[in-house]
Design a binder for this molecule. Structure first.
Ligand SMILES: Cc1cc2nc3c(=O)[nH]c(=O)nc-3n(C[C@H](O)[C@H](O)[C@H](O)COP(=O)(O)O)c2cc1C
Length: 189
């Protein structure tokens, strides 16, 4: 059976704009990312973390797209997810897997958030080049995605857990359809 933490996880677009994360919650989120597996234990990730109200948050918000700008600033935390990319003639042996590794680290963070009663929505709707310039991110680091973390607003309807059939909102239900297990198994000839 799917673990309840995984079954209950979902990505809201309406966050409680008054909820402030405790320092211990932020630390637990980053610890979860930190302990993710990575190729050769290379840990090729870095995070730009802005807490609603601080200067980093304001600088991150500047680069949101019109779509994410409508909901992401209400989250308690905005995180830009960076991967250390392969650079020719360096000893960075494992960074060919850095995007894979970063995804796992963010997945761990997401499950940790769920365990803390928090929610995460990862997103790509922002100006990656603008954000990289804003924080003087060097070429061998890639700004990949962002994550908004906080408490889902009380008004946002949680979609059904995967094993349930009814759903509060048609749109949420549609966006949470999954391919079947049969469909994700490669047809071995
Ligand atoms: C790499 C990535 C990029 C995403 N980009 C966006 C985005 O730009 N805007 C958005 O609203 N959601 C975005 N999402 C959220 C997905 O749409 C969402 O995770 C998906 O619909 C499944 O819903 P669930 O997380 O509730 O299971 C993104 C998720 C990932 C992992």
């Amino acid at each position: 059976m799917l673990h309840p933490l995984l079954a209950a996880r979902w990505s809201p677009t309406t966050f409680d704009a008054s909820y402030e994360l405790a320092a211990s919650e932020i630390e637990a989120l980053l610890e979860a990312a930190r302990w993710a597996p990575s190729a050769g234990n290379s840990q090729p990730w870095a995070f730009i973390v802005g807490q609603r109200g601080d200067a980093t948050h304001a600088r991150l918000v500047r680069h949101l797209a019109r779509s994410s700008g409508a909901w992401a600033p209400g989250a308690s935390l905005l995180i830009a997810n960076l991967a250390h990319r392969y650079v020719e003639d360096t000893d960075w042996e494992y960074s060919e897997f850095s995007l894979y590794d970063l995804g796992q680290a963010v997945a761990h963070l997401t499950v940790q958030a769920q365990a803390l009663g928090l929610h995460v929505r990862q997103f790509r709707a922002f100006d990656r080049a603008g954000l990289a310039a804003e924080f003087a991110v060097p070429q061998h680091w890639e700004v990949t995605t962002m994550a908004a973390v906080g408490r889902a607003a009380a008004t946002s309807a949680a979609p059904s857990a995967p094993e349930r059939s009814s759903c509060a909102r048609r749109a949420d239900k549609a966006s949470r359809q999954r391919r079947s297990i049969d469909d994700i198994l490669w047809p071995v000839a």
